[in-house]
Design a protein around this ligand. Sequence first.
Ligand code: ATP
Ligand code: MG
Length: 417
Amino acid sequence: MKISLKDETYKQELHTLLKFSSLISSSLKIEHVLNIAMEWAEEFIGAEASTIYELDVDADELFVRIARGEKKEPVKSLKLKKGEGIAGRVAQTGKSMVVNDVLNEPRFSDKFDKVTGFNTKSMICVPLMVRDRCVGAIQVLNKKGPDPFSLADLELLTSMAHQIAITMENANLYSRLEEKFQITENELKATQEKFIRTERLAAVGNLVNGISHEIRNPIMTIGGFAYRIKEALDKESRLCRYADIILSETDRLDRLVRQIHEFVNIQSSDMELSSLGPVAQKVLEIYQPLAERSRVEIRAAIDPDMPQIKMDSSQIFTALSNVVENAFESISNEGCLELDIRHTDGFIHLVLRDTGSGIDNKQLDSIYDPFFSLKPRGVGLGLTVAHQIIMNHHGEIEIHSEKDKGTTVDILLPVEN
Ligand SMILES: Nc1ncnc2c1ncn2[C@@H]1O[C@H](COP(=O)(O)OP(=O)(O)OP(=O)(O)O)[C@@H](O)[C@H]1O
Ligand SMILES: [Mg+2]
């Protein structure tokens, strides 16, 4: 910048510029900084208004990032095509323009003045360049007083343009980084949650495997002796009724332990290429009579042209039955159950929605836990099993719910696994 330090005004300008540079690099509130920068530009150049345009590269348009001056509000929604008007021309050529009388400048467009009622008489417009790329333009309008815009005004604005371009570029990079970081952080959280859940299930699995054998043996013994005692007793006696209770309870225990044992031993052993559609249809058919009795409308949209996937059909049948069963159980009387299955982006995407009781937010974290049940006679294994089966198929299951509104189960199964 060619500034004579002997000149008092320029000394003041240089001071301003330095102050401006440090403000720009220290502050993150970009809009505020840009506003102050243009306020200074107006003040030192002696202009009535100013604008910062940013280039939208995809649309090849300039939009207003900062507008200052009397008619700034309507300006903010206006846009200029690259090449249109003075700013459009400056952004297109990358060359500054000083126009001291817009009436004598054929490239001047009065588009903005028509909308705002502002009367542009003169202007300096400077491109915002980052390396060789134009990212926008800044302009000051209407020089106050009798003098026209000078070369010194142009130089001052050019220096500011340089700082502003870098600031805007950094702010854009920063916000992109922030966006990216946000996604990564969310992904990390989801993966961590999944990991904890899977780990927790694996730990429970090992434990159950170890003790189920130890439990079933005594259960069988108790049941066997209870049977023998019963046989030796008078059928009408009170003791015989007690023996019956022991028998039915040992039977219940045996079933439970077997169910748990089966759950922890779910292996993806019988994987073959098959279609999900017929499996889902079969599940719905089984629930059809119950749907009619409890007046639940089933709406199914199953894409007939889905690719086959490698799956264990009986396991997938179990997983779907469990989620459909939960949906039915959540609707006390009358409601709707929607099943939507389609092929998207390398996945079979299954969505099951019900208009049932929903799940309280506080409980959502626990629904996959073994033996978590809010039902009087629920075992609390349905979703644990469904989750495990989907994991075995390298898929994903997510449940969203709103209390008293309903629940949505999303299942993704990869086509190539
Ligand atoms: N669609 C749903 N609507 C409302 N609550 C649900 C739904 N699906 C699951 N839940 C809640 O999650 C809990 C756990 O479900 P899960 O299927 O694992 O066990 P359960 O249904 O209680 O017992 P079971 O082992 O017999 O299936 C349920 O008790 C219920 O509170
Ligand atoms: Mg269940």
